[in-house]
Design a binder for this molecule. Structure first.
Ligand SMILES: [Zn+2]
Ligand SMILES: [Zn+2]
Length: 348
C-alpha cells in the first residue's frame, strides 16, 4: 500500500511529505493506523542538528508521540484485536538488555548498535497514515480514551512524569515544586504534580494566558518570568527556594532562573532541549543540589500516566492538524501560539 509520511530527508532541512510504501507487519510486528501523532519541540531540535551528530540513518519518518488503532498483526502476535485503540511506548530498545527487561527502554544499552531511539528517532515514526511498531510489547491498550486526543500521553505526559518520579522523595507535603514554562509539557507537569504529590506548585511563564491556564490546572502560585521572578519565588519559599525545579524550556535564562530558585539539597531537572548552558562550579548551583537531565520515561510509567488519564485526573489540551498541515503546526509552535499540544490526525 502506498501512502504519505513526513520524512527527515536531510539534516538541517525541513521534513518532506513523501510517498512511502507501507509493508505488511512481519513476525512480532504490529501495523497501526495512526489516530494522533504529536508534533514536538524536540522535532524542531532534531531537524536543526548538524549531520554526523546523531547515529540515525536518513531518511526516516518523524513522529515519536503516537496513539492509534491496530490495523494488522504480524505472525505470532496475539492479545490485540483489529481496531483496538493503543498508545505507543516511544522508546524502542532492544527488548533484551537489563534496562529493557525492566521496562526502561529509554535506557537501552544497545542504542549505539541499533542506531535509533524509536519511531521518529532513527526509525520510521508516526507522522504518517500508518506506523509499523516493531513489537506488541510497545503497545498499551487505551480503553475508552480517543487516540486523537490522548496521543500526547506518550511523550508530553510521560517525560515530566518520569522526572517527577525520580524526585518523589523530595516532593513531600510542605515542599515546593517550580515548573518553568507552562506550554503543553509544563501544563502536564503541573497536573501530574497535583495528582501525585502534595507539593506546592509554582508555575512560571512569560505568557499571562498560560499562567492563568496553569492555575486552572492546579498551580498554587503563578509567577511572571521577568527580572523579579527569582526574588518573587524566594519570597514564596521563605527565602529557601524550591525542592524541585523543572525547567521545561532549557535556555540560558531559564537555567539561570532554575539555579536561582532551587533549594540546597534540591534538584534541578532539565527537560527542555532549548540548548541553554548552566555554568557548574561550587557556587554555580545551591549546595548539594542535583542537576539532572531526565530522558523520556519507562513503560510502567506510561501505564501509570494512562491510569491517571483513565481515572479522569488529567486534562489534555490539543489542537488538531491534518498531516498536510504539519508545517503550520511547527510554525505555530515556533511562534508560541499553540493553545496546547499540536496533534496530527492523518485520518481526520
Ligand atoms: Zn518529544
Ligand atoms: Zn535494550
Amino acid at each position: 500500500m502506498k501512502t504519505k509520511a513526513y520524512q527527515l530527508v536531510e539534516w538541517q532541512k525541513p521534513p518532506e511529505l513523501r510517498e512511502v510504501e507501507v509493508r505488511e507487519p512481519g513476525p512480532g510486528e504490529v501495523l497501526l493506523k495512526v489516530g494522533g501523532a504529536g508534533a514536538c519541540h524536540s522535532d524542531l531540535t532534531l531537524m536543526g542538528i548538524p549531520p554526523g551528530f546523531m547515529p540515525y540513518t536518513l531518511p526516516f519518518t518523524l513522529g515519536h508521540e503516537a496513539a492509534g488503532w491496530v490495523e494488522a498483526l504480524g505472525p505470532g502476535v496475539t492479545g490485540f484485536e483489529r481496531g483496538q485503540p493503543v498508545l505507543v511506548y516511544g522508546c524502542w530498545g532492544c527488548g533484551r538488555c537489563k534496562p529493557c527487561r525492566m521496562g526502561s527502554e529509554n535506557h537501552c544499552e544497545r542504542v549505539p548498535e541499533l542506531r535509533y531511539h524509536g519511531g521518529g528517532l532513527g526509525r520510521d515514526g508516526s507522522l504518517a497514515h500508518y506506523v509499523l511498531v516493531p513489537s506488541s510489547r510497545l503497545l498499551v491498550p487505551m480503553g475508552s480514551l480517543d487516540p486523537r486526543d490522548w496521543a500526547p500521553l506518550a511523550d508530553a505526559a510521560l517525560a515530566p512524569y518520569h522526572a517527577l518520579k525520580r524526585a518523589l522523595p523530595l516532593l513531600v507535603p510542605g515542599s515546593t515544586a517550580v515548573v518553568i514554562g507552562v506550554g503543553g509539557v509544563g501544563q502536564m507537569a503541573v497536573q501530574l504534580l497535583r495528582a501525585v504529590t502534595a507539593a506546592r506548585i509554582i508555575a512560571v511563564d512569560m505568557s499571562l494566558e498560560k499562567l492563568a491556564r496553569a492555575k486552572e490546572l492546579g498551580a498554587d502560585e503563578t509567577v511572571r518570568s521577568d527580572e523579579h521572578a527569582v526574588g518573587h519565588i524566594r519570597e514564596l519559599t521563605r527565602g529557601l527556594g524550591a525542592e524541585v525545579v523543572m525547567d521545561v524550556v532549557g535556555v540560558d535564562s531559564t537555567l539561570k532562573l532554575a539555579a536561582g530558585v532551587a533549594r540546597q539539597s534540591g534538584q534541578i531537572q532539565l527537560l527542555g532541549i532549548g540548548g541553554g548552558v548552566l555554568p557548574f562550579h561550587f557556587f554555580g548551583v545551591p549546595l548539594e543540589c542535583q542537576v539532572v537531565a531526565p530522558y523520556w520515561g519507562t513503560l510502567p510509567e506510561l501505564m501509570e500516566v494512562l491510569a491517571l488519564a483513565q481515572a479522569g485526573r488529567l486534562r489534555m489540551t490539543v489542537e488538531h492538524f491534518s498531516l498536510e498541515q504539519l508545517p503550520e503546526a511547527f510554525q505555530r509552535m515556533r511562534g508560541g501560539t499553540l493553545k496546547g499540544r499540536a496533534v496530527i490526525t492523518p485520518h481526520g
